[in-house]
Design a protein around this ligand. Structure first.
Ligand SMILES: *[C@@H]1O[C@H](CO)[C@@H](O)[C@H](O)[C@H]1NC(C)=O
Length: 228
């Protein structure tokens, strides 16, 4: 009997882990805006932040700087170039993403997802949520330069990008060769999509769950979520 009870709980634990995975999709973004998690009021409960934002030259934004996507004069806050993807090895990358539409639900939490479709099928990312909005609740909008400005564009102000951003407004550049349109300090993160992930990344399917943040990500963002 004890063996049966043990077996039951072991099976439940295994099923529980399987059920903890949620299905979702990936999209791409690089809008140069101050991320939503740059506002203290958007942080998830227990997070210490906000995430860093930068001035036009990727130095620290001055305190009181206004989001460059909603302001044009005075001190402006942009995304930092350090929010580009980081290759760990051939099957794992670290990075930053927008996740879902409710900033206070996701800001600064980390997630691990594994692609189940597309050229990166079987590869994984561990991302920290630094933004939210304009996507579905199970979407990860991966920060990758040339990923598309989406609804708001500060890349023209920060880098002199075309008025609709580099490439498509949603999805950005369409090939590795088009990464040459970007400033040199953003090209590695643009090539990441085409060379490491192996294609467009948009609408590829994933499964994901929340994980503890690698210190490599929290040290870049300056934001640490509550433990899980
Ligand atoms: C990639 O790195 C992760 C984390 O260190 C490790 O678990 C995995 O085995 C590595 N994969 C390869 C192909 O080296």
């Amino acid at each position: 009997m004890q063996v049966l009870v043990f077996a039951f709980f072991t099976l439940s634990a295994v099923l529980g882990l399987v059920q903890a995975q949620t299905a979702g999709t990936t999209t791409t973004t690089w809008d140069c805006c101050e991320p939503a998690c740059g506002y203290t009021s958007n942080l998830s409960p227990g997070a210490t932040g906000p995430v860093k934002s930068c001035n036009q030259n990727n130095g620290a934004a001055s305190s009181g700087a206004q989001n460059a996507c909603f302001s044009s004069g005075g001190d402006l806050a942009f995304s930092c170039s350090t929010y580009q993807p980081i290759i760990v090895n051939g099957t794992l990358s670290y990075g930053f993403a927008g996740h879902g539409n409710t900033a206070t639900a996701s800001c600064c939490k980390c997630y691990k997802f594994t692609w189940t479709s597309g050229a990166a099928s079987g590869k994984s990312m561990i991302v920290q949520a630094i933004n939210a909005g304009g996507i579905t609740d199970n979407d990860f909008d991966i920060y990758t330069p040339g990923g598309g400005v989406g609804d708001y564009n500060a890349c023209t102000a920060q880098y002199g990008a075309p008025s609709g951003g580099w490439g498509r407004q949603y999805g950005g550049v369409s090939s590795d060769a088009e990464c040459s349109q970007l400033p040199s300090n953003l090209q590695a993160g643009c090539h990441w999509r085409w060379q490491w992930a192996g294609g467009d990344v948009n609408t590829w399917q994933i499964t994901y769950n929340q994980v503890n943040c690698p210190s490599q990500l929290t040290s870049i963002s300056g934001c640490t979520p509550a433990g899980i």
